[in-house]
Design a protein around this ligand. Structure first.
Ligand SMILES: [Zn+2]
Length: 327
C-alpha cells in the first residue's frame, strides 16, 4: 500500500471509528457535512443555568437507566487518547488496539417513555452484513470484523413493552448511529448544534453511512442551548422541564458533542459520550486523541466535566466506550 493510500485509509478508519482527523481542518472547507438529513430546532427542552442543574443533581430523581452493550470492538488507542499528553507519556502509553464497546443507554421517565442515548449496533451488521448501514468497503476499513455482538439494538427493542419515544445522540459519528435503523421509523432524534453541518473531508466517506442510518427518521431535532450564565459549561438544557434529565454541551470531539445526565432513584448518572472514550482517560484527565475534531476544546470540555464530577462525588460517570470499575 502506497503511503498516500495508507494515509487516506487511516483517515477513513479514524472517521469511521468515530473521529475526524485534525489534518482535515485545513481542507474542511471543501469537504461535506456529516449528513444531508434535514434538521430543525428541537421543540423539547429549555436552556437553563448550570446552577439549576447543580442544585438538583445530588437529589434522587424519577428515572431508571439500563446500559446495553451492543458489541465489543477494538480501535487504535491513539484515536481514543491523546498519547502526546504528559500523563500518557509518563504512563508509557503507546499506540495499540484498545478493547472498547459500542453501547446505548435506555433512560425511562415515568410519564414520557423510554429514550435511548445513542443507538448501539444494528442487527443486520451481524445477520445480513450486505444490508447493514455500515457495509462493503466502509465495513472493511472500519474493521467491523473485529466487532463481537453482545446485544443488538433490535433484539433489545423487541423485548420491550413499548417502542422508544426518542433517541438522544451524543454526536453523529458512525459508531453512535450504528443501531439507528433498528429504532422504529418516525422516532424523533435529538442532536447537538452544528453536529450535522460541520464540514470535513472525511465526511465524503462517512455522510452516506449517516444518511442511510437516518433515512426513515424525522428531521434531526437540534438542542437549543444558550450561553450558560454561570460559564460552567457551554450550555445546559433541562430536557423534560422537570429537572430529571439534562443535555450538556461539551464541544471538541465534535462541534455539537453533548453529554447527558439522568437523575435516578439511586442517584445521578452522567453519560459523557465521546467527551471521554476510556476509563483511563477519565481517571487521569487525558482527552481523546485523533478521533477528535478539536483536541484543545475536547480537553477543555473534559476538564469541565471532571470538575463538575468532583463537586458531586456520588454521581456515577459512564464514559463513551468502556466500563469503569465500580466504587
Ligand atoms: Zn464513539
Amino acid at each position: 500500500m502506497k503511503t498516500s493510500t495508507k494515509k487516506t485509509a487511516r483517515s477513513v478508519v479514524l472517521a469511521l471509528a468515530g473521529g475526524v482527523v485534525a489534518t482535515s481542518v485545513a481542507i474542511g472547507a471543501i469537504g461535506c457535512s456529516a449528513t444531508s438529513h434535514p434538521h430543525a430546532p428541537a421543540s423539547l427542552g429549555a436552556a437553563a443555568a448550570t446552577a439549576s442543574l447543580e442544585a438538583l443533581v445530588d437529589e434522587p430523581g424519577p428515572l431508571t437507566v439500563e446500559t446495553v452493550i451492543g458489541a465489543d470492538w477494538q480501535v487504535p488507542l491513539s484515536g481514543l487518547l491523546n498519547l502526546d499528553h504528559p500523563k500518557a507519556k509518563s504512563a508509557k502509553l503507546t499506540d495499540r488496539d484498545e478493547p472498547i464497546h459500542v453501547a446505548f443507554h435506555a433512560v425511562t421517565h415515568p410519564t414520557r417513555g423510554t429514550f435511548l442515548v445513542d443507538t448501539g449496533v444494528e442487527r443486520a451488521l451481524f445477520d445480513a452484513p450486505d444490508e447493514a448501514v455500515i457495509r462493503g468497503l466502509a465495513a472493511r476499513v472500519a474493521h467491523v470484523d473485529k466487532m463481537k455482538r453482545r446485544t443488538d439494538t433490535k433484539t433489545w427493542i423487541e423485548r420491550q413493552r413499548r417502542a422508544p419515544s426518542g433517541v438522544f445522540l451524543t454526536h453523529l459519528h458512525v459508531d453512535h448511529v450504528s443501531g439507528m435503523r433498528d429504532v422504529p421509523a418516525g422516532t424523533p432524534v435529538f442532536v447537538g448544534p452544528g453536529e450535522s453541518s460541520a464540514r470535513s473531508f472525511e465526511n465524503l466517506f462517512v455522510a452516506p453511512i449517516v444518511d442511510r442510518a437516518l433515512e426513515n427518521k424525522p428531521p434531526l431535532a437540534v438542542w437549543r442551548f444558550s450561553a450558560d450564565p454561570d460559564g460552567v459549561f457551554d450550555g445546559v438544557v433541562d430536557v423534560f422541564g422537570d429537572g430529571s434529565f439534562w443535555a450538556i454541551l461539551v464541544p471538541g470531539h465534535t462541534r455539537g458533542s453533548t453529554a447527558y445526565l439522568a437523575r435516578t432513584k439511586t442517584g445521578a448518572i452522567l453519560f459523557t459520550g465521546d467527551a471521554c472514550h476510556t476509563a483511563w482517560g477519565w481517571e487521569h484527565g487525558v482527552e481523546p486523541g485523533d478521533f477528535s475534531a478539536d483536541k484543545r476544546r475536547s480537553a477543555d470540555s473534559l476538564e469541565r466535566l471532571r470538575r463538575f464530577s468532583a463537586r458531586h462525588p456520588t454521581m456515577e460517570v459512564r464514559v463513551g466506550h468502556q466500563e469503569r470499575p465500580r466504587g
